[in-house]
Ligand binder design. Structure first.
Ligand SMILES: [Zn+2]
Length: 113
């Protein structure tokens, strides 16, 4: 198992998860894990693309398959190039701007260029 996260407010590790939040049993502080609270911003998660390459903020990627987009008439086409991605928390790890607007994508559908 992973170590218990330390409370960013009081530094105690007597914490427990509650849904998407972590709660400190000592001071009652609630926070989102990985949300970049205070000096915990160094805890960046490792996100890998379709080839297993590690992706980072500012990388350029291409789509390795067509992706249907909710509310859009056409899909994002395989081979579409996306610049300046941002790694975010969640099920869809890549925050980026596409031809169809800002979007959250899964890293497994992308390839670093
Ligand atoms: Zn605390």
């Amino acid at each position: 198992m992973t170590a218990t996260p330390v409370c960013p407010s009081c530094g105690n590790d007597n914490t427990y998860p509650d849904g998407d939040l972590l709660i400190c049993a000592e001071c009652g502080h609630e926070w989102e894990p990985g949300a970049g609270v205070g000096n915990l911003e160094d805890t960046v998660r490792i996100v890998r693309d379709a080839n297993g390459s590690v992706l980072a903020d500012g990388d350029s990627v291409v789509l390795v398959k067509d992706l249907k987009v909710k509310g859009a008439s056409s899909p994002l086409k395989m081979g579409t190039r996306i610049k300046n991605i941002r790694i975010v928390d969640g099920d869809h790890e890549i925050d980026c701007k596409t031809d169809l607007g800002p979007m959250l994508l899964k890293a497994e559908f992308l390839k670093k260029v």
